[in-house]
Design a protein around this ligand. Structure first.
Ligand code: PLP
Length: 406
C-alpha cells in the first residue's frame, strides 16, 4: 500500500486501542477490570439530552456555521466570563468536535513545517502525534528532579528559534497534578516575552479536589487585549459533563486566529455535529449540579485508590489534585511500563496504560473514573500479581488463577 510519509509516522491512540482491547475481552466473558479508561461513567445531564432530542424530533438537522451555532457560542462567552472573569465576544470562540479538534485546528493554523511545540512531561498521549500531523516537531520537557511539573527555567531552556507554542494541561492527564500558580504565571510571562502561543488545555479544570480553585491563566496576562494576546484556552463538555461521545469542545482566543481556525475547520469537517451542539448548549445553560456531584465522586474515588495503592511496598505515588487519573511509579517492580501493563492484563486481567505513552517510563496510568469496587479489586489484583509473598492463588470472578511467575 502506498501511504504518505506523514501517515507512516503517526501512531494509533494507545488509550483508544486499550478501550477496544478491554471491550473485546469483556465480550468474551473475561473478568476484566478497566483501570485504563478516560471517561466518567455518569450519565450526560438531562438538559443536554432534552435539547438534542428536541432538535432531532423536528427532523430538520442541518449544517451549522463552521464555528458553531450562535446560541452555543453565546453560552461559551458566558462560561468564559463566569469561570475566567474574562469578557470575550463570539468572534473569539470556535466550537469544534471535541477539545481535540480545537487543538488540532489551532496547530494547523499556527505551525510551519519544523516549528516546535513544547509541553511538559508527562503529557497527554495525543500531543506529540497532533503536533506531527500539523507538520511540527514535538518538544517534551522533563523535570530534572523527576517531578511532574518542570520549572519555568527548564521550559525556557527548551525555547529556541523554531519554537512556536507551548501547551499546558492542568490538571494533567496522566498525572492528575494541578500545576502551581507560579508555574502557570511563569509560562504565561515567558510566552508573552518570547512572542509564543500558549495553549491552555483546561479539559479537566472543573474536576479539581481538596477545595482548590482552578487556575485562571488570564490572571497572569500582561496583554489584556483578547485580540492581540497569543493565549488560547481550550475546554470541552467531554469530561465535566460526562459527554465524551457528543464530541464538543471549544477554543477561546484572538479573533484573527479564530477566523483562520474556522476556515481550516470548515474545510475539514464543516463544523461539529448539530445535535451535539444542541446537547452542549443544553448542558451549559442547564442545571449545573452534575459537575459537583461528579467532582465529589471522583475525589472520593481518588482517596480510595490512594489508600489501596499505599499498601504496595516501594510504590511511589504523587497525590493527584484533579482529573480521574493517577500515575504511580512502579519501577521498583518493573522499569518497562509496556511490559508491566501487558503482564497485568495477561495475568490478572487489569487494564492499565503504560507510562511510556505519556513520556515517562516506569509509571502506569491508573484511572479512578469507574466503580469503587473496580478500583479496589483492580489494585488488589495488581498487588497480588506483583507481591512475591502473596498467596499462591487468586480468584478472578469464579476463575482461579495460580501464580506461575515470581
Ligand atoms: N485534552 C486532554 C488532556 C485530554 O485528556 C483529552 C481527552 O482525553 C482531550 C483533550 C480531548 O477531549 P475531547 O474528548 O473533548 O476531544
Amino acid at each position: 500500500m502506498s501511504l504518505s510519509q506523514l501517515a507512516r509516522t503517526i501512531a494509533e491512540s494507545p488509550t483508544l486501542k486499550l478501550n477496544e482491547t478491554a471491550a473485546l475481552l469483556k465480550d468474551k466473558g473475561e473478568p476484566v477490570i478497566h483501570l485504563g479508561g478516560g471517561e466518567p461513567k455518569s450519565k450526560a445531564p438531562l438538559d443536554a439530552i432534552v435539547a438534542a432530542a428536541g432538535l432531532l424530533q423536528t427532523g430538520e438537522v442541518r449544517y451549522t456555521p463552521a464555528d458553531g451555532i450562535p446560541a452555543l457560542k453565546a453560552a461559551i462567552v458566558r462560561y468564559t466570563e463566569e469561570h475566567y472573569d474574562r469578557m470575550v465576544r463570539p468572534e473569539n470562540v470556535i466550537v469544534s468536535s471535541g477539545a481535540k479538534q480545537s487543538i488540532m485546528v489551532m496547530l494547523h493554523a499556527i505551525l510551519n513545517p519544523k516549528e516546535e511545540v513544547i509541553f511538559p512531561v508527562p503529557y497527554w498521549v495525543s500531543y506529540p502525534e497532533m503536533v506531527k500531523l500539523a507538520g511540527g516537531v514535538p518538544v517534551p520537557v522533563t523535570a530534572r528532579d523527576g517531578r511532574f511539573e518542570p520549572t519555568v527555567e527548564e521550559i525556557a531552556e527548551a525555547v529556541g528559534s523554531y519554537t512556536k507554542a507551548i501547551i499546558l494541561n492542568s490538571p494533567n492527564n496522566p498525572s492528575g497534578v494541578v500545576y502551581s500558580d507560579d508555574f502557570v504565571a511563569g509560562v504565561v510571562e515567558l510566552c508573552e516575552k518570547r512572542d509564543l502561543y500558549l495553549i491552555m488545555d483546561d479539559t479537566y479544570n472543573r474536576l479539581i479536589f481538596d477545595g482548590r480553585a482552578p487556575t485562571n491563566c488570564y490572571r497572569f496576562t500582561r496583554d489584556q487585549n483578547m485580540d492581540t494576546s497569543k493565549l488560547v484556552v481550550v475546554n470541552c463538555v467531554s469530561k465535566m459533563y460526562a459527554m465524551t461521545g457528543f464530541r464538543i469542545g471549544w477554543a477561546v482566543g484572538a479573533r484573527d486566529l479564530i477566523r483562520v481556525m474556522t476556515n481550516i475547520q470548515s474545510q475539514e469537517t464543516s463544523g461539529a455535529a448539530t445535535p451535539s451542539q444542541y446537547a452542549a448548549l443544553g448542558a451549559l445553560n442547564g442545571v449545573q449540579s452534575s459537575i459537583e456531584s461528579l467532582r465529589l465522586t471522583l475525589e472520593n474515588n481518588r482517596n480510595v485508590m490512594l489508600k489501596r495503592l499505599g499498601t504496595l511496598e516501594g510504590l511511589h505515588v504523587t497525590q493527584p489534585g484533579g482529573t480521574f487519573y493517577c500515575f504511580p511509579d512502579f519501577s521498583a517492580y518493573e522499569k518497562d511500563s509496556q511490559k508491566l501493563s501487558r503482564f497485568l492484563l495477561e495475568k490478572v486481567r487489569v487494564v492499565t496504560v503504560p507510562g511510556k505513552e505519556f513520556g515517562m517510563e516506569g509509571h502506569l496510568r491508573l484511572s479512578y473514573c469507574g466503580a469503587q469496587k473496580d478500583i479496589t479489586e483492580g489494585v488488589e489484583r495488581i498487588k497480588w500479581a506483583l507481591d512475591p509473598n502473596a498467596p499462591n492463588e487468586l480468584f478472578l470472578g469464579d476463575r482461579k488463577v495460580v501464580r506461575d511467575w515470581i
